[in-house]
Design a protein around this ligand. Structure first.
Ligand code: COA
Length: 196
C-alpha cells in the first residue's frame, strides 16, 4: 500500500470483531505495540502472543484493517467476576495515525463491551493524551485507583510496566484512572457497530 500522509489521502479502514481468521496478525500487533512503547518511553502491560490469540478466539478483540493491512487493535478484559471491564492494548500503526482511527476503535470497543457486559463498569488506566481525550468523550471520568477493580490479576499486568505503581503500593502511578459507570448514564444511546 502507498504511504498515507495527509487527511485527503485518508485510507478506507474497516473495524471488525477479531476471530481466528485474524490470528496471523498477532505477531505484527505485538511488534507495533512494543516499538511504540519504546518510542514513548513509557511502560506497558505486555501480553503474550497466546494471550492475544485467545482474545481473538473468544471474540474479545477488535481489529482494524486497511484491505489486508493491519491498522489498529485493542482487546477487552473483564475483572472482579465481570463487575469491571477494560478496553486495553489500544494501538494504531504509525502510518494510520492522525485520521481518527483510535477514536473509532475505542468507540467500537466501548459499544461492543457495553453490549457484552451491560451491567459492568468500564475503566481504563492510561498516560496517553489521546486516550484520555477519547475516554472523556465516551463518558469516562477520572477517579482514584482505589475506585477500580481490586482483582490482583488485573494489577499483575502492571508488573511489566515502569515500576511507579509497585513502589506506591498500587495507589499512584503516572497513569490516570478513568471510570465509566453505566448507572450514571441512564439515557445512554449506543452506536451501531456497523456504522462506526
Ligand atoms: C495513541 C494512538 C492510539 C492515537 O491513534 P490515532 O489514530 O492517531 O488517534 P486519533 O486520530 O483517533 O485521535 C483521537 C484524538 O486524540 C488526539 N491525539 C492523537 N494523538 C495525540 C497525542 N499524541 N497527543 C495528544 N492528543 C492526541 C487527536 O487530536 C484526536 O483529538 P480530536 O478528536 O479532538 O481530533 C496512537 O498514537 C498509538 O497507537 N500510539 C502508541 C500506543 C499508545 O500510546 N496507546 C495508548 C496506550 S494507553
Amino acid at each position: 500500500m502507498e504511504e498515507v500522509s495527509s487527511p485527503e489521502q485518508q485510507p478506507l479502514i474497516r473495524i471488525y470483531i477479531a476471530g481466528k481468521q485474524h490470528i496471523h496478525y498477532v505477531e505484527e500487533i505485538l511488534d507495533v505495540i512494543e516499538e511504540s512503547s519504546k518510542a514513548r518511553g513509557t511502560g506497558i502491560a505486555r501480553r503474550s502472543p497466546e494471550y492475544v490469540a485467545q482474545k481473538m478466539l473468544e471474540g474479545k478483540a477488535i481489529i482494524a484493517l486497511c484491505g489486508d493491512d493491519f491498522a489498529g487493535f485493542c482487546y477487552i478484559e473483564s475483572w472482579s467476576n465481570k463487575e469491571y471491564v477494560v478496553n486495553s492494548g489500544l494501538i494504531v500503526k504509525p502510518k494510520y495515525r492522525g485520521f481518527g482511527l483510535a477514536k473509532r476503535i475505542k468507540m467500537f470497543s466501548f459499544a461492543y463491551s457495553r453490549r457484552l457486559f451491560p451491567k459492568a463498569k468500564l475503566f481504563g488506566i492510561t498516560s496517553g493524551a489521546a486516550v484520555l481525550k477519547i475516554n472523556n468523550e465516551l463518558g469516562y471520568r477520572p477517579v482514584t485507583f482505589e475506585q477500580l477493580t481490586q482483582d490482583p490479576a488485573f494489577w499483575r499486568g502492571c508488573q511489566t510496566c515502569v515500576n511507579v505503581l509497585q513502589r506506591t503500593d498500587f495507589k499512584r502511578c503516572i497513569c490516570t484512572a478513568m471510570l465509566y459507570d453505566p448507572a450514571e448514564h441512564p439515557n445512554e444511546v449506543l452506536e451501531d457497530l456497523d456504522k462506526i
